[in-house]
Design a protein around this ligand. Structure first.
Ligand code: XMP
Length: 323
């Protein structure tokens, strides 16, 4: 019968058999799947695994710390954190177009990750032959079956390494659905904040700032987002809501009044949605008291924000994210 204990035991044995005495690399995104995959592989092969986390500066408040501290504390994994915040900000400077932002973030991410991989490959120790991926069963069904290997093309010339490195894939979650992955993660002792995390896009807050991405705007949005998350959690709504993007309209200003002064600040958009699979979604009918609390706190606590608006659009026609 299916139990998380059985799944873990089976996968640990399978990973050990596959990897043998070689080494493996796993990229952590901050999301549930990569964290659980890494934790399983860590349980199986311990120090033969190195995890890599690219800090692109587009994460929400506390999320990088969750990976750096809580994930490491729970698993004992070797973690390489690459601080690439400046690099991403530089690459995004002056860019407002959503698709261009997405391309830049994707491209920089691959470059930074590959560079980190090359450095790990050059370390002393057994051959690094495996790449761990948090592929789930629905991912495999959607893409019509997996491939089993990954070609990592290198655009950098790091001393004497081949241009193409071929890794075999380790995909310990390929038979699991999302809820099962969460159960396995919990059983492996991962923190609740990681295991129960709602979906968050790869390009992060970069696509939740309508307008150019700057450090100041990211910090502002991080504060507003943290307040919304805090209040939604306090109201017990985390399970009911699929996700709630918080969006900064950085190119829009409106007039407000605060204390005895006129303000000219930015609006924050709340985009709470309910959904089964993100393909379609409906806007969540949040209780007015919760909305009121979030609105009051954001306008009081976040400088330069003088208005909070609610997105009441379904998907379609709106997408969940604004960009
Ligand atoms: P949209 O905005 O298309 O989003 O309705 C559907 C779901 O996908 C997430 N999303 C992404 N996830 N990389 C990701 O890993 C991305 O580039 C990306 N863009 C959107 C979004 O948060 C929602 O859950």
């Amino acid at each position: 019968s299916w139990t998380t204990g059985n799944v873990i035991e089976e996968q640990v044995a399978a990973i050990r058999a596959q990897v043998g005495d070689k080494r493996a690399i796993c990229g952590l995104s901050g999301g549930v799947d990569s964290a659980v995959a890494a934790a399983l592989v860590q349980k199986a092969i311990g120090s033969q695994l190195t995890c890599v986390y690219v800090d692109h500066g587009l994460m929400r408040k506390g999320e990088t710390e969750q990976v750096e501290k809580d994930f490491v504390a729970a698993t004992g994994a070797n973690l390489v954190v690459v601080d690439a915040q400046e690099r991403f900000l530089d690459a995004l400077a002056g860019v407002s177009d959503p698709e261009t932002k997405r391309k830049i973030i994707g491209r920089e991410f691959i470059r930074v990750f590959e560079q980190a991989q090359l450095e790990i490959l050059q370390e002393e120790g057994p051959e690094v032959a495996f790449l761990v991926q948090g592929t789930l069963y629905p991912d495999i069904v959607e893409s019509g079956g997996g491939t089993g290997t990954a070609n990592i093309k290198s655009h950098h010339n790091v001393g004497g390494l081949p241009d193409d490195i071929e890794f075999q894939l380790v995909e310990p979650l390929r038979q699991l659905f999302k809820d099962e992955v969460r159960m396995v993660g919990q059983e492996l002792g991962l923190p609740e904040e990681i295991v129960q995390r709602q979906p968050f896009p790869g390009p992060g807050l970069g696509i939740r700032i309508v307008g150019e991405v700057t450090k100041e705007r990211l910090d502002l949005l991080r504060e507003a987002d943290a307040i919304a998350r805090e209040e939604l959690t306090a109201a017990g709504l985390d399970r009911e809501i699929w996700q709630c993007p918080v969006v900064l309209l950085a190119d829009v200003r409106s007039v407000g009044v605060q204390g005895d002064g006129r303000t000219y600040g930015h609006p924050i958009v709340l985009r709470p949605v309910s959904s089964e699979d993100a393909m379609t979604a409906d806007w969540s009918r949040l209780p007015y008291e919760v909305l009121a609390k979030i609105s009051t706190r954001i306008t009081n606590e976040v400088a330069d924000v003088n208005r909070v608006v609610l997105d009441v659009t379904s998907k379609p026609p709106g997408t969940i994210e604004w960009e």
